[in-house]
Design a protein around this ligand. Structure first.
Ligand code: SAM
Length: 299
């Protein structure tokens, strides 16, 4: 357990992950019924961008920072206007207490989600690392809607689904310290959770180094585990080197039917703003879609 998200907070992968998270929460909020947010790998919840860890890697400078300060040499001011989803995402982060004088704090998935919850919604946050879990508990100790579990998120998921609200979202965002083993754990966790809660939305983040490393996982999702699976990817380098993070993706099982429309313009803008040396590439497609099959099969 060497991974600490503080080194990576706000990087280009977080921009994708957390924008998708906001789009999913906004979709859930279109109905008044309460929903549950379950974060299996929560991290510590909030990160200081002027702290030692973020300062060491500077990754946020090629992530959220580029949305705030687009390179005007590469793009004119008009084309730099952000699509509404990205704008709302950024504005909420800038509105965080502590960011009054500019971006100093980067909220992780638990804090971004908690800020979007309504009175009756709830959050279950799992974190295995003792110090990260303690920080998370401290961050939310006054929020009765939020429950922190210092335990293995894959194990906890079995007990947490279905939630009492019967609707909601699971985010699975592991560190991938051992890639193949992590994919097996994710597949098992998804299978078990979907059996117990078939209507839940499940969002999984994955790193892209070599395309071949992620391909078996994505292929598995094309065949049956959920009837509707959307994939969103952003690549800032070609996916042909195992040595660095070339890009990342999110797969969303049981995705809201119009999530692809909500993400199209934000992804286009991310590709324009987050390219490193060359234009970034993006993908947005359905790995499985029962409604598309139904349309294709129609006479
Ligand atoms: N989701 C967070 C966010 O977006 O702000 C970042 C999470 S970070 C990528 C992964 C976290 O998972 C780390 O804090 C790590 O300590 C924790 N972790 C690793 N294995 C775990 C497990 N089996 N169960 C719960 N947490 C775990």
């Amino acid at each position: 357990m060497n991974y600490r998200h503080a080194f990576h907070a706000g990087n280009f992968a977080d921009v994708l992950k957390h924008t998708v998270l906001l789009a999913l929460i906004e979709a859930l909020k279109t109905k008044p019924a309460p929903f549950a947010y379950i974060d299996t790998h929560a991290g510590s919840g909030c990160y200081a961008l002027d702290g030692r860890e973020a300062g060491k890697t500077g990754e946020y400078k090629d992530g959220i920072h580029r949305l705030l300060f687009p390179d005007m040499g590469a793009t004119d001011a008009a084309s730099a206007a952000l699509p509404p989803l990205l704008r709302r995402w950024l504005d909420d982060i800038l509105a965080l207490p502590g960011n009054e004088d500019g971006l100093k704090l980067y909220p992780g998935s638990p804090l971004q989600a908690a800020r979007a919850l309504r009175e009756g919604d709830s959050a279950q946050l799992c974190e295995l690392h003792p110090e990260e879990a303690a920080r998370l508990r401290e961050l939310f100790h006054r929020d009765a809607r939020v429950h922190v579990h210092h335990r293995n998120g894959y194990e906890a998921l079995k007990a947490l689904v279905p939630p009492k609200e019967k609707r909601g979202l699971v985010l699975i965002d592991p560190p991938y310290e051992a890639q193949e083993a992590e994919y097996r754990l994710i597949e098992q966790a998804l299978k078990g959770a979907i059996e117990r809660w078939p209507t839940g939305i499940y969002a999984v983040w994955y790193p892209i180094k070599l395309r071949s490393q992620v391909q078996p996982f994505l292929r598995g999702l094309q065949h049956g585990i959920a009837r509707r699976v959307l994939r969103a990817e952003l690549l800032v380098h070609p996916d042909d080197s195992p040595l660095r993070l070339n890009g990342s993706g999110m797969v969303i099982l049981n995705a809201p039917w119009n999530l692809d429309q909500a993400l199209r313009e934000p992804l286009r803008a991310m590709a324009r703003l987050l390219g490193q040396g060359q234009p970034a590439e993006w993908k947005l497609d359905w790995l499985a879609n029962d409604s598309a099959e139904a349309i294709a099969a129609a006479p």
